[in-house]
Write a protein that binds this ligand. Structure first.
Ligand code: F6R
Length: 267
């Protein structure tokens, strides 16, 4: 695991977008694993800008999202399919047929989860997986005690996650679904590379547990410590409680891989 601390939310999101762009330039038909949520909005805005201003090409890329609410139609403005269409897919030259999310309206959820796993496997697996983190430590919707080897399945959301996410349902918080289909922790760990982005003070305590605490199913994100190629990118606020900050800053300042990105601090 490599931890990178950027000064601002903007700089952290910009760095993630640059790493996604690097992946697409190196391998235009990359399979990207995508996340939704507030944190990712800046990343997708920057990717849309890179497409518009620098011609970043999405035409061959394939995408798999982590999760989708059970019971919401893709056209529902709270569905993750809707989010992805609005925030990214409509703004770049991606072929919508190459974009995949679990179907939250599937009548047979178990079969839908199996279909999703098989689709990911048949396409050759995920090259680069983007992750956010919930205050419960979830990645995808793998809430505490999710098996670290879990696969795509439907899960109950915790009261904490329901409380946090129902604020996004505006004046209809009761419409927030209680279940979601999510890739499992094991599915996520199969990705060849992973980038977790966390920003803002609300993520500080859980980031310290995920990065520097023990690997435990009580904090699903701690399983990322087991991954051979995982980058964790935080802003100062989300990195506030990390103990080895000086070391993480040294990595960014000294590892040759990061040389092209050091000027993003002024972003
Ligand atoms: C969303 C997802 C979740 C979010 C997490 C953080 O697809 O998988 O794990 O990444 O809940 O959400 P925000 O960014 O809204 O704090």
């Amino acid at each position: 695991m490599e931890v990178i601390i950027r000064q601002s939310e903007e700089a952290a999101a910009k760095l993630v977008a640059q790493l996604v762009a690097r992946q697409l330039r190196r391998k235009p038909d990359s399979v990207l694993g995508l996340a939704t949520g507030r944190t990712m909005e800046r990343v997708y805005a920057e990717l849309a800008r890179l497409h518009r201003d620098e011609g970043l090409d999405f035409s061959l890329c394939r995408t798999f999202n982590l999760d989708e609410y059970v019971g919401l139609a893709p056209t529902d403005s709270h569905a993750y399919r809707y989010y992805m269409n609005e925030k990214l897919f409509k703004r770049v030259n991606i072929d919508l047929r190459n974009t995949h999310l679990p179907h939250g309206m599937a009548t047979d959820l178990k079969a839908e989860c199996e279909r999703y796993e098989i689709l990911i496997r048949n396409i050759g697996g995920i090259d680069l997986q983007l992750l956010g983190i919930g205050e419960t430590g979830h990645i995808g919707f793998n809430e505490p005690l999710s098996s670290l080897r879990s696969r795509t399945r439907d899960k109950s959301l915790t009261p904490d996650t329901i409380a946090v996410n129902s604020t996004l349902f505006g004046d209809e918080p009761h419409r927030m679904p209680r279940r979601a289909i999510t890739m499992g922790v094991g599915t996520i760990l199969d990705a060849r590379e992973i980038i977790l982005l966390a920003t803002g003070p609300r993520k500080a305590a859980i980031m310290a547990k995920a990065v520097e605490g023990p690997v435990t199913s009580m904090v699903s994100a701690s399983a990322l410590q087991l991954h051979p190629a995982c980058k964790v990118i935080v802003d100062e606020a989300a990195g506030h409680d990390l103990k080895a900050k000086d070391y993480y800053r040294w990595i960014f300042g000294n590892e040759p891989e990061w040389a092209p990105y050091r000027d993003t601090e002024r972003a």
